[in-house]
Ligand binder design. Sequence first.
Ligand code: JFZ
Length: 429
Amino acid sequence: MYRFDRTEYDKRMEWYKDARFGMFIHWGLYAIPARGEWIRSVEEVPKEEYMKYFREFNPVDFDAKAWAKAARDAGMKYVVLTAKHHDGFCLFDSKHTDFKSTNTKCGRDFVKEFVEAVRGEGLRVGLYFTLLDWYHEDYPHYGDKNHPMRNNKAYTNENRNFDNYLTYMHNQVREICTNYGKLDILWFDFSYDDMRGEKWRATELVDMVRSLQPEVIIDNRLEVSGEGYGSLASGNPMPYHGDFVSPEQIIPPNGIQDVNGEDLVWESCVTMNNNWGYCAEDHYFKPASMLIKKLVECVSKGGNMLLNVGPDAKGNIPIESMEILHEIGRWMKKNKESIYGCGKAEIEKPDFGRVTRRGNHLYFHIYENTIGPVPLQGFKKEEVKGIRYLATGAEIPISDSWVHSDYPDMVFANLGPDPVLLDAVDTVL
Ligand code: JFZ
């Protein structure tokens, strides 16, 4: 029987909780039609028609080092790439299929290039691997009348040999866990309806993964989809519980706790526009300032943020995304101490922004111009050793103006006429 080992778990999760910020990359054949990664299902593209992208695929600009560098320059500590997405196309050299990048014009193993480049930048390596597969004959296709993603009815296997598919899927997971060195994260996606847990032969799968990659961190989607916390939260973890909760496109209002009120490890995945895979028409990018606030929000609630980019068919990260990454990078360069290794401040969120904490440092992120001195609440004046701009190290005087005599215990930071918005104020207790 599976027993949850707290000590082992805490050790495994240490780097990940410190890292706080990672890059998600959705990339595959779907970058050619450029209407998002779900195109084959949403537009019900027949296999023969989709194969034309396979024959055409030739990302002449693909440069894993450039991706890894972009992540590092943005202040990210890990990168997760879609080794295989739902369309079934493999970015790695799998022995068990012909539907792989090494069989396209370019003949390259992108996962290999990716893991080497990411490690080369000193970052942690993650691979996303889909549990669904719209290419495999034994996976229920989009055209099946019982396809769960079309009508939400429970999956009936009809004439397909689903177990055959599962063997295929397990074999491929074995390949990515064997042929690419040490993986730091394995990001399975996803469970739905009654397709969860043992329907994927999940205990067997996780046993294999852990035997090949003892330190790998696994998400919780062998049990759940983007919604739901999974059995880690129940106080009675299943063998395939996963190591972190993976809310998608939302940031949990109060972080995430288990049944006993203990904080859980979680990571919000957030995409820059409204698609994960490249979408030529989607120019609705969130401003960098908003994404910085989202990152701070995640950290202030004890979580990570995995920020997605969808490179195009030639292999380039879209220019809009690159500009956003640059801006975030400039901010991270000045403020990274308020992110790495930080977590909940355990004080009330102020009106003007959010607070993160590491040890005796409280990092107040100022989102708004306030009128006059900024009230820093959550501790007593006598407790404060000093207040500094994190970006410059410059001292910030504590205001003692008569205006505040109604709040004799409260610290008012005199940020002066030009507080740098979004930047952190480092309050040392
Ligand atoms: C999944 C993928 O389908 C998607 O393409 C992307 O990779 C994302 C990160 O993960 O998206 C999901 C998964 C589950 C739900 C919604 C989107 N869900 O159950 O609501």
